[in-house]
Design a protein around this ligand. Structure first.
Ligand code: KG4
Ligand code: ZN
Length: 343
């Protein structure tokens, strides 16, 4: 069964063609128009999706060497995300579904991230997933695919959001090119000392699986202010600040995930979402899970950040179970996981 997936929940316009065994194409067009504003401007994002969506779909079909008529169904992100951006993907998908007389499935974006680990391979359930992106940080027990238990989540900022805000604070984001904050911090941290500044690890002693990153972000901001007041050149200390901040985020993410692994007595642990591209997080969590005799899974780097292959794979799963969405399915800025129903 060949599925064309479409993802437009934020600032990436993406289309992919997958079946149960392979990804045939996964085209991601990253919008550049937000760079000069230092953050994503929702209205600009929807307009950019309108301009990019058809060429991106055409490229995905071409790279997969198929024609539109060859697909058996479509999958599209229905939320959570930016409403104006989601609407573009949803309406294009519905238009194609009608004109081709093919089924379509509206996919929960976070469920898509969970599926990024099971494209082209199976993971035996149950498995624990640490889902860390720009908008969400959640610990989810995947009891079965399609059946999830939320163990904990961030009480304020998402981990990726903290990376983005601290990157901006450290002047690491160029104004002529979109660079993900997390990537910029990870690069700056390469030659820094992760123990240079003892940034706080929030909720460390609390008996829950929740996260909090806003206090850490404020601590970095206060630290930077102090440095500036003492006329220290920020550029000289950026590597140490970036490395110490990254170490604090990773320690909290790894610590909470291992605690959940112990609590649930699960042996399989996966990570997903944009922050899962972080090398320190991947290596630290992998070694902690393996020390405990567990199995660790992480997606290929290009499947961590937003992409349509994960949406197509999720839609394929539901279509194979006989589910499809109805034409009056609407997009939604916020939808809780687990998804209640497919449509
Ligand atoms: O999953 P994603 O592409 O979009 C959302 O669903 O939010 O995640 C984007 C987030 C951004 O906050 C970005 O800074 C972060 O993932 N990110 C990283 C890295 N690459 C991307 N965070 C830490 N280290 C990275 N290497
Ligand atoms: Zn995402």
């Amino acid at each position: 069964m060949l599925v064309l997936g479409i993802e437009t929940s934020c600032d990436e316009t993406s289309a992919a063609v997958v079946d149960d065994t392979s990804i045939y194409s996964n085209v991601v067009w990253s919008q550049q128009e937000h760079a000069k504003y230092g953050g994503i401007v929702p209205e600009l994002a929807s307009r950019a999706h309108v301009r990019a969506i058809v060429p991106v779909i055409e490229t995905a079909l071409k790279e997969a060497s198929i024609k539109l008529n060859d697909i058996d169904g479509l999958a599209v992100t229905k939320g959570p995300g930016l409403i104006g951006s989601l609407i573009v993907g949803m309406n294009v998908t519905k238009g194609m579904a009608i004109s081709l007389s093919k089924p379509f499935v509206g996919v929960h974006h976070l469920e898509g991230h969970i599926f990024s680990n099971v494209i082209e391979r199976n993971i035996e359930t149950p498995f624990l997933t640490l889902l860390a992106s720009g908008g969400h940080t959640e610990l989810v027990l995947v009891e079965n695919l399609g059946q999830y238990r939320l163990l904990g989540q961030t009480l304020d900022d998402a981990a990726g959001e903290a990376f983005d805000k601290v990157a901006k604070l450290l002047n690491l984001l160029p104004t002529n090119k979109m660079v993900m904050g997390g990537r910029a911090i990870a690069a700056a941290a390469e030659c820094g000392d992760p123990q240079a500044i003892p940034f706080p690890r929030a909720l460390a002693s609390v008996d829950s699986f929740d996260f909090s990153f806003s206090g850490l972000k404020t601590a970095v901001s206060n630290h930077v202010k102090q440095l500036q007041e003492s006329s220290i050149d920020l550029r000289e200390v950026v590597p140490d600040v970036a490395a110490s901040f990254q170490a604090a985020v990773v320690e909290v993410l790894v610590g909470r995930t291992i605690k959940a692994m112990d609590f649930l007595n699960v042996s399989r642990v996966a990570i997903a979402g944009g922050v899962a591209a972080n090398r320190l997080l991947r290596t630290d969590l992998q070694s902690r899970v393996e020390q405990k005799g567990g199995e660790f899974f992480c997606p290929a780097l290009e499947l961590c950040t937003d992409n349509a292959a994960m949406i197509a794979a999720t839609g394929l799963f539901y279509m194979q179970r006989g589910n499809q969405s109805v034409m009056d399915l609407d997009v939604s800025a916020r939808i809780p996981l687990p998804p209640a129903v497919v449509n």
